[in-house]
Design a protein around this ligand. Structure first.
Ligand code: SF4
Length: 337
């Protein structure tokens, strides 16, 4: 006989699998509380809104917790290394599940459910990886993967007799066919597209910029805003100690201005042009070269000099430079990602 009051924590990512796992657990009569951890590296507009909408669809409470400060350490020094980009998937899962365990204890819940599917992701969801994260997170048999539960060792709710083996599903592999059909059956509509990557660390451009920053600045010197800045603009490494970031559109120019403190900001007072930021140790020659790179993206005649204002520590300086030609091979060579 199941204890009707047993509660579970469901890790919700906004994706279909985690929502289904929570729905199945609820269907079995458990009280479910959803939780989502914001790492600062999530992609997809409105992911948090989707998580909240999924909570409403399932009629369960959802907590959104910001873990972005602590998560930086996971990205800087993953024990189990990176995947195809700079995604430390195993360490990431272990970190999230440790957080989920703490939340489970706080809430007086009995176990944690995730939407992990056996064999779905090469790095973090093969059999040994699932076992490893269960052990390393300290959850052990209190970590339940309802979508693949029939294919995995018995977990706490099964050992307690609250569920039977057949109550869980036996989904494995990369196909989402069964999940989509189940979602239709259960009336689940609020989820982000299954194919979308869940974090920016997977993206080629971001990963290249992060590698460059680790190489030149070093992980220990990188602050939270340095990671955020890697998302914006075009990045050019102009020397081992200096980098210029050039805005790609108006919104980005405004966002870059928010990072101007401690950097040199370049603006174009006479023509429509990008905002650019220079960071690191910059010589006079490099400042002029950076201004030429930024001027390449301004709406200015290519052969004529253009006025650029460089702001640093509240002091403005006027420069005059000729834009770099769009064909200049250095643009391609110095661009990161
Ligand atoms: S893709 Fe990103 S968010 Fe997803 S498990 Fe890997 S590191 Fe974590």
């Amino acid at each position: 006989m199941r204890d009707e009051k047993a509660r579970a924590i469901a890790l919700l990512s906004g994706g279909l699998d985690s929502t289904l796992a929570a729905a199945l657990t609820k269907q079995l009569g458990f009280g479910v509380v959803g939780v989502n951890f914001a790492t600062g590296f999530c992609t997809g507009q409105g992911r948090c809104d989707t998580v909240l909408a999924a909570g409403r669809d399932l009629n369960i409470p959802v907590r959104l917790l910001d873990v972005s400060d602590e998560y930086l350490e996971v990205v800087k020094r993953p024990k189990f290394g990176y995947g195809s980009g700079m995604n430390p998937c195993l360490d990431c899962r272990i970190f999230m599940l440790k957080k989920a365990k703490a939340f489970m204890e706080e809430e007086g819940a009995e176990f944690v459910v995730t939407g992990e599917v056996l064999g779905q992701r090469p790095m973090s969801q093969h059999y040994r990886a699932l076992k490893l994260v269960a052990e390393e997170s300290g959850l052990g048999d209190r970590l339940v993967r309802p979508l693949s539960g029939r294919l995995l060792p018995a977990t706490y709710p099964e050992k307690k007799g609250w569920v039977k083996r057949e109550d869980w599903l036996d989904i494995q592999g990369r196909s989402r066919r069964r999940q989509l059909s189940l979602a239709r059956k259960l009336g689940i509509r609020s989820f982000t597209q299954p194919a979308g990557g869940c974090c920016i660390l997977l993206e080629k451009t971001y990963a290249a910029r992060l590698r460059d920053a680790f190489d030149h600045l070093g992980p220990d010197r990188m602050k939270k805003e340095d990671f955020a800045l890697l998302r914006l603009g075009r990045h050019f490494r102009i020397s081992p100690k200096a980098k210029v970031i050039v805005g790609r559109h108006q919104t980005e120019n405004a966002e870059l201005s928010g990072f101007a403190r401690g950097r040199i900001k370049l603006d174009f007072p006479d023509v429509p042009g990008p905002t650019a930021l220079l960071e690191g140790e910059v010589s006079e020659e490099e400042l002029l070269f950076a201004a030429r790179i930024a001027a390449r993206y301004a709406d200015a005649p290519p052969a004529e000099e253009v006025r650029v204002v460089a702001f640093q520590d509240g002091v403005a300086r006027e420069l005059r430079v000729k834009p770099l030609s769009p064909d200049d091979p250095r643009l391609k060579k110095l661009r990161i990602g």
